[in-house]
Design a protein around this ligand. Structure first.
Ligand code: SAH
Length: 198
């Protein structure tokens, strides 16, 4: 049981907020009809592959000692650095859900009346939600002092990111054509594109 350690309590609260945000936006978009869904076997597998890394292993680490063989210890400041990364991740996670509004979905999907969002956090970054999940994965690794509970999320999300991104961008190009291609030129994928100096 590691839940008694202060950084782990803080991690657990952050973790609840993370899934709370997801839950709120799943509920908000529930009624929106989908006109195209690429939720196929690969997508389902990719989503399923995230479950151990982001849910099961952290909970096992916090509430049992079954993963103790993979424990290690870090200077006490490191988990707090991890938590500040997690906090940044939460802000971006919330902001990207909120800016996408009714256009958000958990998989690669288009909704009825889907609009291309190019404002707010999407003004400079095309995939801020994925940036926030990368930050989450790094923050979790730095916070939980266990190889499995901390880091298993990294390869799982890397797989999802690298397999999903080309499909998502291809779908957006097909739907929005030059509008999306122009948008790609002026935005960065995970971080803002550096401003050009004249
Ligand atoms: N890749 C984005 C969104 C992830 S949610 C990010 O990381 O922030 C996935 C869904 O968002 C996709 O199915 C797609 O339909 C939708 N989407 C992605 N970018 C969008 C945009 N700029 N405007 C509207 N919808 C978008």
């Amino acid at each position: 049981m590691n839940i008694a350690e202060p950084p782990n309590i803080a991690f657990f609260i952050t973790w609840i907020v993370y899934f709370g945000i997801r839950h709120v936006f799943i509920k908000r978009t529930e009624g929106e009809k989908k006109t195209l869904s690429k939720m196929d076997g690969v997508e389902r597998l990719l989503l399923l592959a995230m479950v151990p890394g982001i849910m099961v292993l952290p909970l096992l680490y916090l509430f049992s000692s079954v993963l103790s063989l993979a424990d290690y210890s870090l200077p006490p400041i490191v988990p707090w650095i991890g938590l500040s990364v997690l906090f940044g991740s939460l802000l971006m996670f919330w902001r990207s859900h909120s800016d996408l509004g009714q256009n958000w979905s958990v998989s690669i999907e288009l909704r009825e009346g889907h609009e291309l969002v190019t404002e707010g956090i999407y003004g400079r970054i095309r995939h801020p939600m994925y940036t926030s999940i990368w930050l989450w994965a790094i923050g979790q690794g730095l916070t939980l002092e266990n190889w499995l509970a901390g880091w298993a999320v990294v390869p799982a999300f890397a797989l999802m990111y690298f397999l999903r991104l080309p499909r998502e961008e291809a779908m957006m190009c097909e739907k929005f054509g030059d509008q999306y291609r122009e948008y790609m030129k002026r935005t960065g994928r995970l971080l803002p594109k550096p401003e050009k100096t004249a």
